[in-house]
Each structure stands twice: as C-alpha cells, then as structure tokens.
Ligand binder design. Structure first.
Ligand code: ADP
Length: 474
C-alpha cells in the first residue's frame, strides 16, 4: 500500500471511530436525560390527577363512577390527551398532534386507581377492574387523600419508557450517520492533501537518490520543507556532497598516480630500449639509474597504498602507551647518518617528564621521519634541523624545525594535500611525488591528533603534530 493511501485510510478510519464514539456517548447521555424526564413528568402528572380525583371523591363520597372520569382523562400512556384549566379535565378532550401538552407525557403505561383496600376501582386497562393491584409491575404512585385520610392510590403499571426516546435516538443516529459520512469525505480529502504534502518532497528525494545512483553526482534534492523530510533532504545533500568530493578525489588520485608513474616508467622504457638496440652500453651507472627509477616506482606504489588505506580509514594502528623519547629515538636512529652525510646539523630536544602517549610507535616514527627527510631535503648543507617534543594541552606536540628554503604562504595551506608540490620544490631534482605529508596527516588524524606547519620563505619551516596522551582505558 502506498504511503498516501495509508494516510487517507487512517484518516477516514479515525473520523469514523471518532463519530462512532461520539454517537455512543451521546446515546447514553440522551437515554439518561430521557429517563429522568419521563420519571419526573409521570410523578408530576400523577400528583395533579390525584388532586382532580380527590375532588371527585369529596363530591361523590366514594369512587363509584370514577371510571368515566378516567376515560375522559385518556390516561393510557402513549396517547396524547389535553389537560387544560386548573386541574379540571375538559370534557371531550381529544387527541392532539405531537408537541401538544400531553396528559401523561411520553411513553407507554397503564394508570390504575386503587381504593383504600388496594382494589382497582378505575383503570385505563379495563380488564384489571375489581382486581387487587398487580404487585409486580408497580412504577410511580401517588396517594389520594381527602381530609387527611388516604382514600385511594394512583399507580402506574406496565411502564415502558422510551417510545419517544427511541424515536429521538434513531433520528439522532441518522444525523450521526450523515455526520460520519461527511466526516469520512472530509477526512479523505484532508488525507489526500496531507499525503500529497508529505509524499511530494519524498518523491523528490527518491528522484535525487536514483539520479545520484545513476552517477549524476551534481544533482541535489530540493529542500522544500522545514520538517523532518526537509532535514532528510539536507542530510541527503550533505551525503551527496561527500560522495561527489570523494569521487573527485578518487579520480584525481588515479589520474595523479598515473601521471607520477608515467615519468619513471618512460625513463625505464627508454633506457631499456636503448640498451636493447645497443645505443647505450649496460654500464654500472646505467644499471644504478635504472635501479633508482624502480626504487622510485616502488616507493610511489607503497605511498599510494598507504594513502588509500588512510582515505578508507583503514590504517591499522597498534596503539600502546609509549614515551616521546622512544618515538624520537626510533626516528632519529635512521636519520642521524643522513643528516651527517649532507652536513646538516641535527638537534634533538625532548622535554623532561613528558607523559606517555597513546600511539602506534612505528607509524608515528614514520611521520617524524617523513617530516625530517623533507626538512633535510630542503635545507642546504651547513643548515640545521631540530626535532623537539613537548607536553601541551593534554598531549604531546612534536615539531621539526629547519633552516631551509621555506614555503610560500600560498603553498603552506596545500602542503598536506596529495600530490602537492610547491613551485620551488618542482625545480629541485629529487623529492617525492607529494604524498609524504598527506600520509603523515592521515596517520596523525587516525591517532586523533592534528598536524600543521609554519614557514617563512628563505628562513625555514617548522612542522608540528600532536598525539593524545595515554589514558588507562583509551
Ligand atoms: P614529497 O614526497 O614530494 O616530499 P610531501 O608531501 O612530503 O611530498 O611535501 C609536499 C610539498 O611540501 C613538497 O613538495 C614541498 O614543496 C613542501 N615541503 C614539505 N616540507 C618542506 C620543508 N621542510 N621545506 C620546504 N618545503 C617543504
């Protein structure tokens, strides 16, 4: 079942249930009011007839002939008598249309007049005349007193309430039925409007999702409402933005990787072809240069693998509690001799009493080494590279300062991007493909730290990164 149909059906069902409940509750209330009205009305009427009959008794000295008065009063319930004047029945009072003042009010019953010894002396049902009062069906009653002596009693028997009541309730039910039909139609129209309002934006989202699925990466869902569906559309668009960005990065990565691989591969191919054709001789120098190109390709392939793992958030870290000294030592062991070879001063300064950090020692050593190698590469002989570690803001901050060529402000923001190389470094022989710092950033961020750089052209650069401290259950 479609969402729109579900909403319409629920609204119609709700309207019907609400009207039925209203009808049921109104029915109960109306029956109660009617019962109350009938009871009160009967008692009131009996009292008034009692007064008339007391007058008769006083005049006649007994009940003989009282049946004629009874008949003229038309006391049988369900009929409509006319009771005019001050308690005196008008002779020949006939039936009146409904709505006229009634003798006994609505309902069905018989009225009996009992004498002092409870024998029926007058009755709207003449078969009961001369019999003792039927005890089982006594309803309301009124005592007739003459000069303080009880001379008789009026009683109501066979009382069946509810003739008018049923009529009224059934006409009310009719009205309620119509109300239910009208409410159902309104509910249906409302349901259709509401579902259109709801399903319209959902349909737009569905279109957006299928277009995105069909690789129309620039398509975004229109945000037309401020409700949860609007929020969903915003989240969808946010997801689509990320998806598009990642897709662009992926494409760029492949294009850049192909571009970076092309140079060493064409050098290799050119040299190998020249060797094949005998244009050049297989000298040790040629073999070393071919080997260098192969090393370059392997390094690039390794870096690509690292960067793709970092991108997918799948850099596996073996984190443990480790001291800054241990991390620095691990990196400098490999680096000191390279610095010495290039005649660059290498200084190490680790703050005393630093807290243990929560890190994968091999990965962090790799980050330090990447930054140190860059520093050495861009620093002239005689310059200085300084590695420091200090405690800061609940973590450890490592820094590598050099007195190298520096980085132009325009390049500084981009040095952590993949395949980014500044203009100055492109002119330098050697250097990597521009992946080292991107990998370092991936590793540091996987540790929950940050990496940044400061630099002044021709004065030198300082690279910083932070690593969180080790906590017992981190
Ligand atoms: P690469 O593998 O080419 O060294 P990196 O990602 O490590 O790539 O560095 C990116 C770029 O940042 C370098 O090409 C260079 O332009 C610049 N850079 C990095 N470190 C330094 C430094 N210490 N001094 C000057 N420039 C640097």
């Amino acid at each position: 079942m479609k969402l729109g149909a579900k909403i319409s059906v629920s609204m119609v069902a709700l309207a019907l249930v609400a009207t039925l409940i209203a009808a049921y509750v109104a029915g109960i209330a109306i029956r109660r009011s009617f019962d109350f009205y009938v009871d009160r009305n009967l008692t009131y009427r009996l009292d008034r007839i009692g007064v008339v009959l007391a007058g008769y008794y006083l005049e006649e000295g007994g009940w003989t002939g009282v049946q004629a008065v009874f008949d003229s009063l038309q006391l049988k319930g369900g009929g409509y008598g006319y009771y005019g004047g001050q308690g005196v029945p008008r002779a020949g009072a006939g039936r009146r249309a409904m709505g006229a003042e009634t003798m006994m009010g609505p309902g069905s019953w018989d009225v009996l007049l009992l004498d002092a010894s409870d024998i029926v002396v007058a009755s709207s049902d003449e078969t009961l005349l001369g019999r003792p009062a039927p005890e089982s069906s006594i309803g309301q009653s009124a005592l007739i007193e003459v000069n303080g002596v009880a001379v008789g009693k009026l009683i109501v028997v066979n009382l069946q309430k509810g003739i008018w009541e049923n009529e009224f309730v059934s006409s009310l039910n009719n009205a309620i039925l119509w109300a239910a039909v009208i409410a159902a139609i309104i509910a249906l129209i409302l349901g259709m409007l509401v579902s259109k309002h709801l399903t319209g934006p959902l349909a737009m989202l569905t279109t957006a999702a299928s277009r995105l699925g069909g690789r129309d990466l620039g398509y975004r869902a229109p945000v037309v409402t401020g409700d949860e569906i609007g929020e969903l559309a915003k989240s969808f668009n946010f997801m689509a933005d990320n998806f598009e960005k990642n897709e662009r990065l992926r494409r760029n990565l492949i294009a850049d990787a192909a571009h970076e691989l092309r140079t060493p591969l064409s050098i290799l191919r050119g040299n190998l072809e020249s060797l094949q054709e005998g244009i050049i001789k297989p000298s040790p120098e040629i073999i070393i240069s071919l080997h260098d190109e192969v090393v370059r390709i392997s390094r690039l392939v390794n870096e690509l693998q690292e960067i793709s793992l970092a991108d997918a958030g799948e850099l596996r870290l073996n984190r443990r509690s480790v001291s800054a000294d241990e991390l620095v030592e691990k990196a400098t062991l490999l680096f000191s001799s390279e610095a010495m070879q290039k005649n660059v001063n290498f200084l190490v300064d680790v703050q005393a009493g630093m807290p243990q950090v929560n890190a994968d020692p091999d990965r962090i050593a790799q980050v330090i080494l990447n930054i140190l190698k860059n520093a050495l590469f861009y620093t002239e002989p005689g310059g200085t590279v300084k590695l420091s570690a200090a405690a800061k803001d609940g973590g450890a901050v490592f820094s590598v300062q050099d007195t190298g060529i520096g980085i132009a402000p325009g390049d500084l923001a981009n040095v952590f991007d993949r395949f980014y190389r500044s203009e100055q470094s492109r002119h330098r022989a050697g250097g990597g493909a521009g992946l080292g710092l991107a990998i370092a950033k991936g590793i540091v961020e996987a540790h929950g730290g940050e990496i940044w750089a400061e630099s002044k052209v021709n004065e030198g650069s300082t690279f910083y990164f932070s690593v969180p401290v080790y906590k017992q259950n981190s």
